[in-house]
Design a protein around this ligand. Structure first.
Ligand code: ZN
Length: 364
């Protein structure tokens, strides 16, 4: 039951578990968009704990559409067996940060904005460089089927042979603000989700001095294993603390990016933007936690397929296109029982470790 097949089922399950846990629930409906069956689209929140907490754990699902099934399952599982919380702490569950992408099983939002590249100052111009333009052209083929994706590795290696691998990784994944039908497009203005999420954090965090953000994702890392991206600087106290809270070796963002060996210089990450809504005196841990599925080239192919289905495929979808859609969903939400069992086990551990860490974090 916890791993479901539609946004609507995931939402119903989350709300049911939130209610049975006695959480305070709030629902924010998207003003214009609906799901594939005309259902309403919502960002829902559930809050456990006393009002006005000094310590707040914020657990987010669905920043990238189909990755939401996993984050939602982890949230609902925790709500179904809620932890003891100290009097000065609270847990805020944010369900379906990008409900359009979740419902339509596509990474980006209603405007093809990658929500996890949207939290930038949009008054600053960010022109593309030549390599970004080259990569976006590669990502937008005229025709695409599942078998075409086999050749992607060769094409990428040809680009890498002519450039520094780190530049290629950055051009492909860090975020871009010029190609509105491209991959990793950060948008030209704050998305609806961005505004709603900022408001949610602001209202719940007015008295907060210590916060931990966990934004659940899927894709990077070994199959079924957690892969941490910490968005605190390595020399920050919060970075050192979270290493201490985690099981040894879990906080490792230096692998999982293929031959590049280190992660792209991501721009506009949600947990970084949301931390700006905490009181100025507050300190926070900002984590994206991924569960690995397939290798990086396969995942890039899945993103290309997702993009192609949105902008290039004919409507209604052909049989080949339906195969592509299944391909995309499988890459971000594997049906494997082993994968799902591993995710549940690690996810529950990480929730407990982060709550324990937050509750033990010294407040001067
Ligand atoms: Zn993601």
């Amino acid at each position: 039951m916890v791993f479901v097949d539609t946004y609507d089922q995931a939402r119903s399950h989350f709300l049911l578990q939130a209610e049975s846990a006695g959480a305070d629930v709030e629902c924010y409906q998207h003003p214009t968009e609906t799901g594939p069956d005309d259902e309403g689209l919502f960002i829902d929140t559930a809050y456990l704990g006393m009002p006005d907490p000094k310590r707040l754990l914020i657990v987010i699902s669905g920043t990238h559409g189909p990755e939401g099934f996993t984050g939602s399952a982890l949230q609902s599982e925790w709500l179904s067996n809620p932890p003891d919380i100290t009097d000065d702490a609270g847990i805020l569950f944010v369900h379906a940060a990008n409900p359009f992408g979740f419902a339509h099983k596509s990474r980006t939002n209603e405007d093809n904005i990658d929500l996890n590249r949207n939290f930038v100052d949009h008054t600053v111009l960010r022109p593309s460089n030549d390599l970004q333009r080259e990569m976006q052209a590669l990502f937008a083929p005229g025709l695409l089927t599942v078998s075409d994706l086999d050749g992607l590795g060769q094409e990428l290696f040809a680009v890498v042979a002519r450039h520094d691998i780190k530049q290629v990784t950055n051009a492909a994944s860090a975020g871009q603000y010029t190609h509105d039908q491209g991959l990793n497009y950060g948008g030209a203005a704050p998305a609806w989700s961005n505004d709603v999420l900022r408001g949610i954090v602001r209202r719940h965090a007015a008295s907060v001095e210590r916060a931990v953000f966990i934004d659940w994702h899927v894709g990077l890392g070994p199959f079924g294993e957690p892969f941490f991206l910490c968005f605190n600087e390595p020399d920050e106290e919060a970075h050192k603390l979270v290493r201490h809270w985690c099981e040894e070796g879990m906080l490792d963002s230096s692998t999982g990016f293929g031959d590049a060996g280190e992660r792209p210089e991501y721009v506009g990450i949600a947990v970084q933007g949301l931390a700006e809504e905490l009181p100025p005196s507050a300190t926070s841990v900002k984590l994206v936690v991924e569960f690995g599925t397939y290798d990086n080239i396969t995942m890039l192919g899945a993103l290309m397929a997702d993009r192609w289905l949105r902008f290039a495929a004919a409507s209604p979808l052909s049989e080949d296109d339906h195969d592509l859609k299944k391909y995309v969903i499988d890459k971000f939400y594997p049906k494997s029982d082993d994968w799902r069992a591993s995710v549940l086990r690690h996810g529950a551990n990480i929730h407990s470790q982060m709550l324990a860490g937050l509750q033990s974090w010294e407040i001067a």
